[in-house]
Design a protein around this ligand. Structure first.
Ligand SMILES: Cc1ncc(COP(=O)(O)O)c(C=O)c1O
Length: 391
């Protein structure tokens, strides 16, 4: 029997979203993710909103590797890691990730969301304090919420070194002080102030955690992420990241850290103990994606050049976008309904750029978010800029 209060609540919320123009559309794509995709009932659309930063989602070698994984190991592990779900390809991928991001070891998960939910509750001790940037990704926020109530948690102002330092000073009695930040902030597209934060962590003997989901494959001359961008490879204690963006775009995530920290996660983290392992097809395709980046750093160069070209193009049209080397370019609109309206107008012109509103960003800070890709040609970028000019 349906519960009437439950149904009424859902109907009311959906109606209020529709009335205020805040309903998010879900476009159904009928082709692989690539610069131009086919949308059911519409036709071809240029994509400027995927996390397909290096264009590897439909790279022939990445696809072939995924198919090979399926042939070698079948659909999946049908098990969690410690029972009978650890495959040779998991270990190969994890060794490759650790080597690529500059840590001793790594552990894969079915998503970076899972990785963040594994990390904080498992490794934070009762006398620790977690200091988290206010604009950190929702998966970090939720990961920290899962930590025992005994562990103190504080939020510091976004990229604010003074605020962070005062909180570090005030927590001198804690056994371990954690500083947690995104490498590239997903809604602002700005970069963590890593050199200063590394220095603060050294001075106060704090543990640094960086979620580099939007930095990996994007920043640094060879795509090794935010630490490479600042010439600080090996200086971040714990790195989490996704395989669902630049590194093939399928799904999956990882925690990269010291050997012992990874061993504890393997033994104790709830997502490791109670959730299936990454499918082999994804382990293979992600591994191949990293190899492609290592063998063809020109893809990363192309992304950097596209980022610079598109940022300049938008600025020339009068759009105010904060200066940043990242592939995330937010265009602030303010009102959510207006952001969705503008996104629809671009879509009608054949360009897919999503409008973000509450609860993804705070109320009143709705925006369009452009994401660049190495796969976009000069013609693609000009087509998109022409649409922005009309907007
Ligand atoms: C900073 C950050 N961390 C974690 C995630 C979650 O990644 P996944 O899709 O692998 O769960 C995202 C995805 O948007 C992200 O932007």
């Amino acid at each position: 029997m349906p519960n009437s209060a439950f149904d009424a609540r859902n109907i009311e919320l959906m109606q209020s979203l529709a009335d205020s123009g805040q309903t998010k559309p879900f476009y159904e794509i009928t082709s692989p993710m690539r610069p131009v995709v086919n949308i059911a009932g519409k036709g071809e659309v240029l994509v400027l909103c995927a996390n397909n930063y290096l264009g590897l989602a439909d790279h022939p070698e990445v696809i072939d590797a995924g198919v090979q994984g399926l042939k070698d190991y079948g659909a999946g592990t049908a098990s969690v890691r410690f029972i009978c779900g650890t495959l040779e390809c998991h270990r190969k991928l994890e060794t490759k990730i650790a080597e690529f991001v500059g840590t001793e070891s790594s552990l894969s998960y079915v998503s970076c969301w899972n990785a963040n939910e594994a990390l904080f509750p498992t490794l934070a001790g009762p006398d620790d304090i977690l200091l988290s940037d206010e604009l950190n990704h929702a998966s970090i926020i939720d990961g920290c919420r899962l930590v025992s109530k005994k562990v103190e948690k504080q939020v510091y102002k976004h990229n604010d070194l003074e605020d962070l330092e005062s909180k570090l000073k005030a927590s001198a009695a804690k056994e371990c002080r954690w500083v947690i930040a995104d490498g590239v902030f997903s809604m602002e597209g700005d970069v963590v102030h890593l050199p200063e934060i590394v220095e603060l962590c050294k001075r106060y003997d704090a543990l640094l955690v960086v979620d580099d989901s939007h930095g990996i494959g994007v920043l640094g001359e060879t795509g090794r992420g935010t630490p490479e961008h600042f010439n600080l490879l090996g200086e971040v204690d714990v790195i989490t990241g996704t395989l669902g963006k630049a590194l093939g775009g399928a799904a999956g995530g990882y925690v990269a850290a010291s050997q012992k920290a990874i061993e504890v996660l393997e033994q104790r983290a709830r997502p490791s103990l109670f959730s299936n392992a990454l499918p082999a097809t994804v382990a293979y395709s992600a591994c191949k994606a990293i190899e492609v980046v290592q063998q063809q750093p020109s893809i990363v160069k192309r992304l950097h050049s596209n980022v610079a070209t598109f940022r300049k193009g938008l600025a020339d049209l009068g759009f105010k976008c904060p200066d940043s080397p990242t592939a995330i370019i937010p265009i602030m609109i303010g009102d959510e309904a207006e952001a969705i309206k503008k996104s629809k107008a671009l879509y009608d012109m054949g360009v897919m750029v999503i409008g973000f509103g509450f609860p993804v960003v705070p109320k009143g800070e709705a925006r369009l978010r452009v994401q660049m890709s190495a796969a976009l040609t000069d013609e693609h970028m000009q087509t998109a800029l022409d649409a922005f000019a009309k907007l």
